[in-house]
Each structure stands twice: as C-alpha cells, then as structure tokens.
Design a binder for this molecule. Structure first.
Ligand SMILES: Nc1ncnc2c1ncn2[C@@H]1O[C@H](COP(=O)(O)OP(=O)(O)OP(=O)(O)O)[C@@H](O)[C@H]1O
Ligand SMILES: [Mg+2]
Length: 255
C-alpha cells in the first residue's frame, strides 16, 4: 500500500509517519519512506545519522534533465522517462527502513509541466510495489501538493488534526480537495489529543471520529529536542501507531 500524509503546519505529520514507518517495518513489511517535504525532516525523526549523504532527487538537475530529455528527431520531451533504476541510487537504509528524499520540486503557477517534474511524478507513481511493500509519503504542510499531482496513485491519505479550531478547518479543506482529487481513501488522524473533551471536539468538528488519536507525549518532545529518533521513545505512541497500521491494512484491503 501507498499512503500519504497531510495537515496544517506543525501538527505532527513527520512524527506520525516516522512512528508508522517503524511499526510497519517491525510487522515484517518492507517499507520505503519518501520525504516529499521541500524542507525535509524525516531523516532526523528516524535517527538517520548520515543525513548529508542523502541527495534530494530534485537536486539532481542534470540527471533529471537527461531522463526527461528531448526525444531524438522530435520537438517533444520524453513523457515516459526511465525511472525504474532510480530508487536504489537514492535510497538510504536505517534499521530496515528505506528513506528517499525528494527535495523541492520547482513549480510554476498553476503547476509545472517542466520535464524534470515529469520524471519525479513518474517515479512516485511507479514506485509500487509487490503486495508486501509499503510506501509512506511525508508531505509539506498545506494543500498545494494536492493540485500538483505529487500524491497521484496513493491508496490513502492521512489528514492529521490537533484539537484546535484552525487545525480542524484546514483538515476539512484538505478533505474536500482530496475528494476532488479522487484519492480513494481519506482518513483523519488525531494528534496531541489529551482527553475525552479533545476527542469529542474533533469528532464534532470533523463530522467523524478520527481513525486513531495520538496523545500528547513529553517523551517525544524530549527525544526531538535531544536530536534522538522519535521511534521507540514512547511506548504509548508506538501502540497507537500499531493500531493505525492495523486500521489502514484493514481498510485498504477492503477496497
Ligand atoms: N504527540 C506528540 N506529543 C508531543 N510532541 C509532538 C507530538 N507530535 C508532534 N510533536 C512535536 O511537535 C513538533 C512538530 O511535529 P512534526 O515535525 O511531526 O510536525 P509536521 O506536521 O511534520 O510539521 P511541518 O508542517 O513543519 O512538516 C515536533 O517538535 C514534534 O516532536
Ligand atoms: Mg513535517
């Protein structure tokens, strides 16, 4: 399965994707995490030490331009650039989790049709998969990527919401756009949910209960401050991540 994550800035997207990645790997599935945020943080969350060894694919301009090069004898660019040999070159592995960093995709107003972008999009849609594999896409905040096709071909979108009015408003806006983009499954995930009041606030504002709710975790905060991996910092968070994985496998298998 291939899952993307969205939500207002700072609500916990990278944290939740990191936790989900670890649980997915521990449950015996192959997992590839793609950091598609132009300012990537997933390597830190997962505790990848050699962060500087990762080259964002979007920075490989020459390679992308070559892949997307003009078709010989034709004024057109290659719309089916070869991408199947790319992943291995650009992946880093940490404790069984593979990580790829996309970097900033240059976009002109209204979405960019530049040939390099074609290579990146094709890479994202082609990165699948045998049934045992899971691709998790960490995204930048907001809604722009929904109009950009970066998440084309995902089986599900997680929208992270925290119990505040503005987060719920953004969550609903993302849900609407995601529906319009025909994303087959859209789920809300609560974060920083402290008590039943918070749960009720979210269910009421969203019109449905989030698939799971993560608590507020001082251990996660401390791990992040100490530049330590957030996975396995807090058992309670790991348990919710495992529930999330089970719910996703269940819902997506039902399709
Ligand atoms: N449940 C939680 N308990 C405590 N701290 C949390 C929790 N979830 C996230 N955080 C902290 O909140 C901060 C923001 O989290 P994170 O980076 O995951 O958000 P994000 O949505 O990915 O942000 P951005 O929009 O910048 O990509 C981090 O410092 C993280 O450690
Ligand atoms: Mg993030």
């Amino acid at each position: 399965m291939k899952i993307a994550i969205s939500g207002k800035g700072g609500v916990g997207k990278t944290t939740i994707m990191g936790l989900l990645a670890r649980q997915t790997q521990q449950s015996g599935r192959q997992v590839l995490v793609i950091d598609a945020d132009p300012s990537p943080h997933m390597a830190q969350a997962l505790g990848v030490e050699n962060i500087s060894d990762i080259t964002p694919i979007a920075d490989m301009k020459k390679m992308l331009a070559e892949r997307a090069g003009k078709v010989e004898g034709s004024p057109f660019y290659n719309i089916n650039p070869r991408v199947d040999d790319l992943p291995a070159q650009f992946m880093l592995e940490k404790d069984g989790i593979r990580l790829m960093v996309l970097g900033a995709i240059q976009t002109a107003e209204g979405g960019c049709a530049c040939p390099e972008n074609t290579v990146l999009k094709r890479l994202l849609t082609k990165l699948l998969l045998n049934p045992g594999q899971t691709v998790l896409l960490d995204m930048e905040a907001g809604v722009e990527h929904l109009g950009r096709g970066t998440i084309a071909g995902v089986d599900g979108l997680l929208i992270v919401v925290i119990p505040t009015r503005s987060s719920v408003r953004t969550g609903l806006k993302i849900q609407k756009l995601a529906r319009e983009s025909r994303i087959p499954r859209i789920f809300f995930v609560g974060n920083l949910v402290a008590d039943q009041d918070d749960e009720l606030f979210l269910a009421d504002g969203l019109g449905e209960k989030p698939l799971v709710c993560f608590p507020d975790s001082s251990r996660i905060r401390k791990a992040e401050r100490a530049d330590q991996p957030i996975t396995e910092a807090d058992e309670a968070m790991d348990r919710v991540a495992l529930q999330l994985l089970a719910a996703l496998v269940d819902r997506i298998a039902q399709k």
